[in-house]
Design a protein around this ligand. Structure first.
Ligand code: NAD
Ligand code: UGA
Length: 450
């Protein structure tokens, strides 16, 4: 198929190169000229494992290209996918990019002499957006009615850091559609994929995406609340508690040979310093605000966000208990990305921890294997932070080490050399990467353990 994708970020680019690798002709569009130029020369503007190799391969095969979008862009395709950002604006979804793109598509449909075009929303949008807002804008600008063009909603479930793998091997594909022609086109688009495909209306497709992210975020806040309670009671380590909980066969089913399946959901049931990233915080907020709009008080979503807002401060509380005053204390902060495997720092908990530390006049030395450049842009006007490429060299000069992102290279903290350097110092494991007995000669602190 010939496919246009508008918005060439994490979702648009990964979807584009993956669809091209499966045999479709894909043109991605973006408003950012630098992004367009960089991608056409084979250099991704985001970090994702395996992305560059796939990009170069589909460019060389002539299956993929990126173009700058303008008012006069001619989207010569039968299927147009919207993959622009849907950020949060004061807790509500900001649909301005989606609206802008819908208008351009409407104009294209008006001028296009082909008989039928389907517009597929892949961006995460609140239930009803595709069928009301997107449809109305396209109808108004094109002068055509739904049916003369098609409308679909195909939510994306990829995780950053694992994006290509997730797109190529999805658990399921949701084929949201408001007309049968669009369903046929979506089925054709995804015919190279063998996973379960679920056909629903566009509102249901939108709600599936929010329900999925909200439930994952709920697990994280639930376990973080349990961790805080356990720590306050004292004499309990929440990791031991969760080991006991996870062995309930409803969490980890027992097979006939007595071995167990440990589903990935269990990783969301481990304590930490909170969730971040470009999606969980904004998506839970968007559904929360939608709930109020439709007259439902979302007690659980309210609490999920409240617990998460407070969780980074648990790190400061723990540090203050041991160091008393943070002024002029040197803190080595390990990890700036919102999770390992990505250079994305959007809503990263690490940045919130840095902000608190700097307000308390601590001196922060921050490290990340790939996210320093992005973090510097966000921390531009905060004084008291410096950055290092070699965290192990800094160990002798700091008062405390805080592990804020679970990058595997930080396992090296447990090497003989490094253990020597952190003797008597504080190791605050905010992601529960280690066990207390890994650091017999340091002061090991962590979330969920008094
Ligand atoms: P992103 O910010 O990485 O990319 C969006 C791209 O759209 C940018 O490159 C921007 O320049 C471009 N853009 C903005 N306005 C445009 C316009 N008018 N015309 C053309 N291009 C335009 O965003 P993302 O992380 O890819 O997220 C996109 C959507 O997918 C969001 O709704 C998000 O919630 C959802 N989503 C994201 C992920 C993820 O892991 N990042 C996963 C699933 C779903
Ligand atoms: C998440 C979902 O997992 C994807 O399915 C979805 O497509 C995506 O949001 C989206 O809608 O954009 P992602 O944000 O890339 O993907 O990352 P996750 O691995 O789910 O982690 C999200 C946040 O939760 C991170 O800050 C991570 O550190 C935190 N987290 C995760 C925890 O605090 N504890 C955990 O046990 C797991």
């Amino acid at each position: 198929m010939d496919v246009s994708i508008i918005g060439t970020g994490y979702v648009g680019l990964v979807s584009g190169v993956s669809l091209a690798a499966k045999g479709h002709h894909v043109t991605c569009y973006d408003i950012n000229e630098k992004v367009v130029d960089s991608l056409n020369s084979g250099i991704p503007h985001i970090y994702e494992s395996g992305l560059q190799e796939l990009l170069i391969s589909v460019l060389n095969e002539g299956m993929f290209t990126v173009k700058l979008i303008s008012d006069r862009t001619s989207l010569e395709n039968d299927l147009i996918i919207i993959a622009v950002g849907t950020p949060s604006e004061n807790g509500k979804i900001d649909l301005s990019y989606v609206k802008q793109v819908s208008e351009s598509i409407g104009k294209y449909i008006k001028e296009n002499n082909k008989s039928f075009v389907s517009v597929i929303v892949k961006s995460t949008v609140t239930p009803g957006t595709t069928h009301t807002i997107v449809r109305r804008i396209i109808e108004k600008t094109s002068g055509k009615k739904l049916g003369q063009f098609g409308l679909g909603m195909n939510p994306e479930f990829l995780r950053e850091g694992n994006a290509i793998e997730d797109f190529m091997n999805p658990d399921r594909i949701i084929l949201g559609h408001d007309d049968t022609e669009t369903l046929k086109l979506l089925q054709e688009l995804y015919s190279p994929w063998n996973c379960e495909k679920i056909a629903v209306n566009t509102k249901t497709a939108e709600m599936i995406k929010y329900a999925n992210n909200s439930l994952l975020a709920t697990q994280i806040s639930a376990v973080n609340e349990l961790a805080n309670i356990a720590a306050a009671i004292g004499g309990i380590d929440i990791v031991d508690v969760m080991n006991g909980v996870h062995t309930d066969k409803r969490w980890s089913p027992i097979l006939p040979d007595k071995s167990r399946i440990y589903p990935e959901i269990l990783t969301y049931l481990l304590p930490g310093c909170g969730f971040g990233g470009s999606c969980f915080p904004k998506d839970v907020q968007a559904l929360q605000s939608k709930a109020y709009e439709v007259g439902v008080e979302p007690h659980i979503l309210d609490s999920v966000l409240k617990v998460n807002d407070n969780q980074p401060y648990q790190v400061i509380k723990l540090l203050k208990k041991s160091l008393i005053d943070l002024e002029d204390k040197k803190i080595l902060l390990l990890g700036l990305a919102f999770k390992p495997g990505t250079d994305d720092v959007r809503e990263s908990v690490s940045l919130k921890i840095i902000d608190y530390l700097c307000k308390d006049k601590a001196r922060v030395i921050a490290h990340d294997p790939i996210a320093i450049k992005n973090a510097k842009k966000k921390l531009d006007n905060i004084s008291g932070v410096s950055f290092t490429k070699h965290w192990d060299v800094k160990l002798p000069e700091v008062d405390a080490v805080v592990i804020a992102t679970k990058w595997s290279e930080y396992k090296q903290l447990f090497s003989k050399d490094n253990l020597q350097k952190i003797k008597g110092k504080i190791v605050l494991d905010a992601r529960r990467m280690f066990y207390p007995d890994h650091f017999p000669d340091s002061i090991y602190l962590s979330i969920g353990r008094s």
